[in-house]
Design a protein around this ligand. Structure first.
Ligand SMILES: [Cu+2]
Length: 209
């Protein structure tokens, strides 16, 4: 069988740039010379997305990211939290490294910044606050303690100790009222009476949402 060489005719199309429309620009001559060109485009968004990257340290050594359980969250593990607010929706993303591999974690946005005491981070942030909850009385009513009214970031770490979770909720945080992400002992319960609970607090990251 004969192979017929396929000849591809390369047609070089000369594109003649005729677009030098030199229509006189309408700008008035600013002969005053009083304005210096401010041509550096400031493209960074004002409020979002915001990123908080932290390295977990034991209590007393960090306020930004504290581990209370160095088996689950070893010293030197990292947290990266991104927040985006758009059109009334809030997107929160957690990425962790150096965590205990193949382990379930619960995680939520809490109201207070982290402290040496795991309880310092306070309760979960709720969009609609459970009227039955209060000091020392966490919200366990599934009508309020649920992943639409709170931000839940439960995940399971992989073989190498990386973890990832994201959540989108149809509301924005009230300014100054959401200040941390807490990692917990196990995934979050949805049962009435214990909804929202996820066991002991293993670690905490302070984030100004
Ligand atoms: Cu929590």
């Amino acid at each position: 069988m004969r192979t017929t060489p396929l000849t591809v005719g390369l047609v070089l199309t000369a594109l003649i740039a005729t677009g030098c429309a030199d229509g006189g620009s309408g700008t008035e001559g600013n002969g005053g010379g009083d304005t210096t060109a401010t041509d550096a485009p400031t493209l960074q968004p004002t409020a979002s997305p915001s990123v908080t990257a932290s390295i977990f340290m034991p209590p007393g050594e960090s306020e930004a990211a504290i581990t209370y359980d160095e088996t689950a969250v070893p010293q030197g593990a990292t947290s990266d939290i991104q927040v985006r607010v758009q059109d009334g929706e809030t997107y929160v993303q957690f990425t962790g490294t150096g965590l205990e591999p193949n382990r379930d974690f619960g995680a939520h946005v809490h109201t207070q910044p982290c402290g040496d005491d795991p309880a310092a981070a306070g309760p979960h942030y709720q969009n609609e606050v459970d009227p039955a909850a209060g000091e020392g009385e966490p919200s366990t009513d599934p009508a309020y303690a649920n992943p639409e009214n709170e931000v839940w970031l439960d995940f399971t770490s992989d073989d190498t100790g990386n973890g990832f979770a994201s959540a989108t909720v149809p509301w924005e945080f009230r300014e100054g009222e959401a200040n941390s992400v807490v990692l917990h002992e196990h995934h979050t319960s949805t049962e009435a009476g214990e909804a929202g609970s996820a066991g002991d607090r293993l670690a905490c990251v302070t984030v100004e949402f």
